[in-house]
Design a protein around this ligand. Structure first.
Ligand SMILES: [Fe+2]
Length: 434
């Protein structure tokens, strides 16, 4: 994994230690409302139990930092490398992903003991490493922070699905926003031309955001907010899920096979649509961005609306020119708001709203390597590069993304039919001069 961080200037042991403590503590904060029973359930193969997330991010530090650098390294538990390896072929065989919910031991408390043990060893290591070794290790440790933040988001997405399967309709935390109506959709005109996309500067990025490179864009328009539930209800009322003409062939086949009639967490009772959220199950709020729709549904909606999805280069360029976005300036309805759900857009400003937070936004771009991309050598090179097939790029972060983990160049990715992620829709259109 590549970081452009200037290690010598950005990371001294104390800064690294305090950042480590901060990231690790936030995972436990997010897990705190969940009982050991909550933390054990795996409700479908894409979902991992909460305690597995807590253990896996710990395994990451133990495997990629402690194993090669701790004097007289001994793993906390001999078989944890097998249980908590996610997908790293270079590390070795691992436990079957769809069966993670069958593991009752270690329990949630035992995972806490594992976390504390690794935390103590990481603190000892950071306190004793010489400057040269620390400089070499800092980028891997920093990757561990961002890896854990990714899993913090996944922990929330996954427990949302776990709780959705419970007829008691339990809540994770919080309460819904007041019922709202959206304002009229506005458009922001963006000049085309030769633009640069990809990460630049001293801050952290994942390897898939590099190399920064040039792309040619035709002039385009991009919607000033996300598509709302109210607008999605209009799509449904117009036969959106019944009219083949809006759908890609693969998407049409999927909705036939699986009987999709609405977004993933919507259910209809006596003619009223309800939505499962981390606050529990509530009537669909028309002013809130639609969420938990697949790429296929996003694309069909855009087709119905006579528009299209933005490419990832269009999205990134628009974010930069409209919001002046840098990692430091990114703000929005992210996890630090503790809304745990998309919220209505602020009143129109003439600029782009909801670019960061609320919902990950499907783009029309397949997840492919940027020109010149080379994954790092070794098992850590499996982090992103090997997933660059059969997935689409999403941008912007969501209401479950930790603050500091969203940026204009961040490339998230999911398969076309994924719906359990907190994904939504922003429209685009060709510009007047195109
Ligand atoms: Fe992971």
């Amino acid at each position: 994994m590549t970081s452009t961080t200037d290690l010598g200037q950005s990371w001294d042991p104390n800064t690294l230690q305090s950042r480590y403590d901060e990231v690790r503590a936030y995972t436990e904060t997010l897990a705190a409302p969940l009982s050991p029973e909550d933390q054990t359930v795996q409700s479908m193969p894409d979902v991992s139990p909460t305690k597995w997330h807590r253990a896996h991010v710990t395994w990451f530090f133990e495997t990629f930092v402690l194993a090669d650098n701790e004097p007289a390294f001994t793993p906390f538990q001999d078989k944890y490398w097998f249980l908590f390896n996610s997908y790293y072929e270079g590390i070795g065989p691992r436990y079957s992903r769809p069966d993670r919910g069958l593991i009752s031991r270690p329990g949630a408390h035992d995972v806490g003991v594992y976390r504390s043990n690794v935390d103590d060893r990481m603190r000892d290591l950071l306190a004793t490493l010489d400057e040269g070794t620390l400089s070499k290790l800092a980028s891997t440790i920093e990757l561990g922070f961002h890896h854990e933040q990714q899993h913090q988001e996944l922990l929330l997405m996954d427990i949302k699905h776990v709780l959705s399967r419970n007829p008691l309709q339990p809540a994770y935390a919080g309460s819904p926003t007041e019922t709202a109506q959206s304002d009229a959709l506005g458009w922001v005109e963006v000049d085309g031309g030769l633009v640069e996309v990809g990460h630049e500067g001293d801050g952290f990025c994942f390897d898939n955001e590099l190399p920064r490179h040039e792309q040619w864009l035709r002039p385009f328009r991009i919607a000033d907010r996300l598509v709302t539930n109210g607008e999605w209800l209009e799509f449904m009322a117009d036969g959106g899920y019944r009219r083949h003409e809006f759908w890609l062939s693969d998407g049409w086949a999927r909705i036939q096979a699986e009987g999709w009639q609405a977004p993933f967490y919507w259910t209809e009772t006596d003619g009223v649509w309800f939505e499962h959220t981390l606050h529990g199950t509530w009537p669909v709020n028309p002013g809130v961005p639609v969420s938990h729709v697949s790429f296929y549904e996003a694309e069909a909606y855009a087709s119905w609306a006579g528009k299209r999805l933005p490419s990832e280069a269009e999205w990134e360029h628009a974010a930069r020119v409209s919001t002046g976005s840098t990692t430091e300036k990114v703000s929005g309805n992210l996890a630090n708001t503790t809304s745990w759900h998309p919220e209505p857009a602020i009143p129109a400003t003439g600029g782009l709203r909801q670019m960061f937070g609320d919902c990950w936004e499907w783009t029309s771009s397949a997840y492919h390597p940027y020109p010149g991309f080379r994954p790092p050598a070794g098992a850590i090179g499996e982090y992103n590069g090997k997933f660059m097939s059969n997935q689409m790029v999403l941008r912007g972060g969501c209401a479950l993304t930790p603050a500091g983990h969203a940026r204009a160049t961040y490339r998230n990715f999911f398969p076309h039919a994924s719906r359990w992620a907190l994904s939504g829709v922003r429209l685009a259109d060709d510009g007047a001069a195109a």
